[in-house]
Design a protein around this ligand. Structure first.
Ligand SMILES: C[S@@+](CC[C@H](N)C(=O)[O-])C[C@H]1O[C@@H](n2cnc3c(N)ncnc32)[C@H](O)[C@@H]1O
Length: 235
């Protein structure tokens, strides 16, 4: 198959967002997605960002983090373990639209990890206390351009110390590589479809530069292996 056009973001919807999946399918989809995350070292950029944000914080300090579009919650469970291993006291909240996500994340979270799994649209969520950091992974590309712009402004206004968007680089090699990996791993048809489409819905440096300029924000745009293009700001 010839490569699609990578010069602009695709606007076809992901199946995950528009199809009603039975619970078992949705669990299989998120399980495969987590395998893809592990194989591509997806959590590292977010944990590196949190390490920079909390540098010099004293032992016992509370760390409040919100994760947008948490899926089945693997990132927040990792952040919890990471924070505890550094002597911080994590207070974590996930925000996700999909009711399957809250149920699955709750089931996968051991009782000792007190994480608040909130269900709803991120733009309707009003935290009682501002998170120190707002993070997300594989979430921004689900939004239309106007909402990504809105996300930047909202994060800046809502997080007290900083925010980090961990997303994909729109690049033909990422698209080809994902398709080959998904085929070899026999991932769920939805993961095969949405993963490849996610690359096409994702961003390049110039997209982020333009949206940050429009929002009047200075932030760090960094590429991380494998094909993660991340945008972060520490206030
Ligand atoms: C591809 S999954 C990412 C899951 C996880 N963060 C990861 O890295 O594997 C995107 C998630 O964003 C959620 N989502 C999409 N639009 C949303 C919105 N407006 N507010 C909250 N969550 C949303 C979806 O329900 C889905 O769980």
């Amino acid at each position: 198959m010839a490569s699609p056009d990578f010069s602009r973001r695709a606007d076809e919807p992901e199946w995950m967002d528009v199809r009603q999946w039975p619970r078992a399918d949705f669990a299989a989809i998120l399980n495969d997605l987590e395998q893809a995350n592990l194989l591509t070292f997806a959590a590292h950029p977010t944990l590196d960002f949190l390490a920079r944000l909390t540098r010099g914080w004293p032992p016992g300090a509370e760390l409040r983090v919100a994760d947008l579009g948490y899926g089945r919650g693997d990132m927040l469970r990792r952040i919890h373990r990471w924070a505890v291993s550094r002597g911080l006291r994590p207070r974590l909240t996930g925000v996700d639209l999909n009711p399957h996500c809250r149920a699955l994340a709750g089931e996968l979270t051991p009782p000792g990890l007190a994480i608040d799994w909130h269900q709803g649209d991120l733009f309707d969520w009003a935290p009682a206390e501002p998170p120190h950091a707002i993070v997300s992974a594989l979430f921004a590309h689900h939004l239309p351009a106007a909402d990504v712009q809105r996300l930047l402004t909202w994060q800046e206004a809502t997080a007290s110390h900083g925010w980090f968007v961990n997303d994909l680089h729109r690049h033909w090699l990422a698209w080809r590589g994902f398709r080959a990996l998904a085929w070899a791993m026999r991932w769920h048809p939805c993961v095969r479809h949405d993963g490849a489409l996610s690359v096409r819905r994702a961003f390049v440096h110039d997209d982020w530069r333009a949206m940050l300029a429009e929002a009047g924000l200075a932030a760090d745009i960094r590429w991380h292996p494998l094909f993660r293009l991340c945008v972060g700001r520490i206030k």
